[in-house]
Design a binder for this molecule. Structure first.
Ligand SMILES: Nc1ncnc2c1ncn2[C@@H]1O[C@H](COP(=O)(O)OP(=O)(O)OP(=O)(O)O)[C@@H](O)[C@H]1O
Length: 261
């Protein structure tokens, strides 16, 4: 079940990626609609992070190409923003919350230009949106996991991109932060931003996302949540673990018929 869309914001054609000849992604063909909250799910090692890195141009492709709004990715980099996994970053680096978020502006500014008043306002506005404006002078080494994730999000917001890629933004954060993040992502998609999130918790998929991508080295499904988040397609993605599938069937029933107990 792979739904192609008219006027896609993102198109991936015949994408294959390998690490030292070990194939990780095979022939992925995908088109995604604008302004939606999109989840990528699949088992460990399915290639979810690899897909994001390949789209961001951080890995060499074995084959394929990527277009944003019908134009080559290389010409559209300023329109995309990437929030890597929190653990992939050195949080002991001696810098402040404010500086990290200002880094989001350097794409527009150029490395050697001083931030202007407008940049400073965008940084403070982004910090306010994630509830971290009171921490602007704090060293990043002194933040909790949830606070680190909020700072990452503020940096992405400061880039003022059209498409946001996020690698497990809910991993290791507290419930309040998860709630704050999903609210923010909803506001972004209401402003026609496209938000693409690698996600692990199957329990919250139907509640959080408009569109879902099921991946296991190859693309299993891509479509609106009601069409693509089905027990059959999940079985194809995860390989039939029956207890999991029974749980998921229950979840889908609850999502579709929320008032039925
Ligand atoms: N830098 C690398 N060098 C070699 N192999 C790698 C590298 N990064 C990832 N892999 C391998 O590629 C496969 C896909 O990894 P990837 O991190 O994309 O999966 P994932 O779906 O994001 O997994 P998880 O849910 O466990 O985070 C795995 O088998 C992994 O071991």
């Amino acid at each position: 079940m792979i739904r192609q869309v008219d006027n896609p914001i993102l198109e991936i054609h015949d994408l294959s990626v390998a690490y030292e000849r070990k194939p990780v992604l095979w022939d992925v063909d995908l088109s995604l609609p604008e302004g939606q909250l999109i989840g990528i799910i699949g088992p460990n090692g399915a290639g979810k992070s690899t897909l994001l890195k390949a789209i961001m141009g951080l890995l060499p492709l074995n084959s394929g190409y990527i277009q944003i709004n019908g134009k080559p990715l290389e010409d559209m980099r300023h329109k995309i923003s990437y929030v890597p996994q929190r653990e992939s970053v050195d949080w002991d680096f001696p810098t402040s919350v404010y500086e990290v978020v200002m880094m989001g502006r350097y794409g527009q500014l150029g490395l050697f230009n001083r931030p202007k008043k407008a940049d400073k306002e965008i940084v403070m506005d982004s910090l306010r949106k994630v509830g971290m404006d009171n921490y602007k002078d704090r060293q990043i080494s002194q933040l909790s996991g949830g606070q680190q994730q909020r700072v990452f999000l503020a940096r992405a917001l400061a880039q003022q991109a059209d498409i946001y890629f996020m690698d497990e933004p809910f991993a290791g954060v507290d419930a309040a932060t998860e709630k704050a993040i999903i609210k923010l992502l909803g506001e972004m998609s209401a402003q026609n931003k496209t938000v693409i999130v690698v996600h692990h918790d199957l329990q919250s998929v139907a509640k959080y996302f408009d569109w879902i991508i099921l991946l296991n080295m190859r693309l299993v499904a891509s479509g609106p949540i009601n069409e693509a988040f089905t027990p059959e397609l999940l079985q194809e993605t995860y390989g039939g673990k029956l207890t999991l599938l029974t749980e998921i069937s229950d979840l889908i029933q609850k999502h579709r018929f929320p008032n039925r107990e």
